[in-house]
Write a protein that binds this ligand. Structure first.
Ligand code: 5GP
Ligand code: ZN
Length: 114
């Protein structure tokens, strides 16, 4: 059994508020949203950090961004805009070590990020 939080959500061992799923990816609402819409898109395959990406993951990574585009459209964010973020390791403030694409929208963002 996996010790990874997001693998547990993938496997249904802990509940996830799932909004999208296909062969490659799963997406669910963030438990602590930083905006009106905050969805996490994960690969079904466990990959700990962006540093662990291999050439073989290229399709999965592409599927993550295609899922982001589709979910953003469903949520009505396409025209107003949104942000997609991968955090990596300590300086990136990654806290869950199964890569995930944050899809954040529904309010004006600022730049640079904190
Ligand atoms: P990171 O800081 O690693 O980029 O983002 C981890 C994200 O996972 C955070 O936004 C956090 O709120 C979210 N998160 C942590 N635990 C859970 C959980 O059990 N369920 C869900 N849906 N999100 C979680
Ligand atoms: Zn995992």
């Amino acid at each position: 059994m996996s010790e990874c939080l997001f693998c547990k959500i993938r496997d249904g061992e802990i509940p996830g508020d799932i909004v999208y799923e296909n062969e490659y990816v799963l997406a669910f609402n963030d438990i602590n949203p930083v905006a009106p819409i905050h969805i996490l898109i994960i690969p079904k395959e466990h990959i700990s950090t962006l540093n662990d990406l291999e050439k073989d993951h290229a399709q999965t990574m592409g599927e993550m961004f295609l899922a982001a585009k589709e979910i953003a459209s469903k949520e009505g964010l396409s025209d107003s805009g949104y942000r997609t973020v991968f955090n990596c390791n300590e300086h990136g403030q990654q806290t869950v070590f199964h890569i995930h694409l944050h899809l954040i929208g529904g309010r004006q963002m600022t730049w640079p990020p904190g």
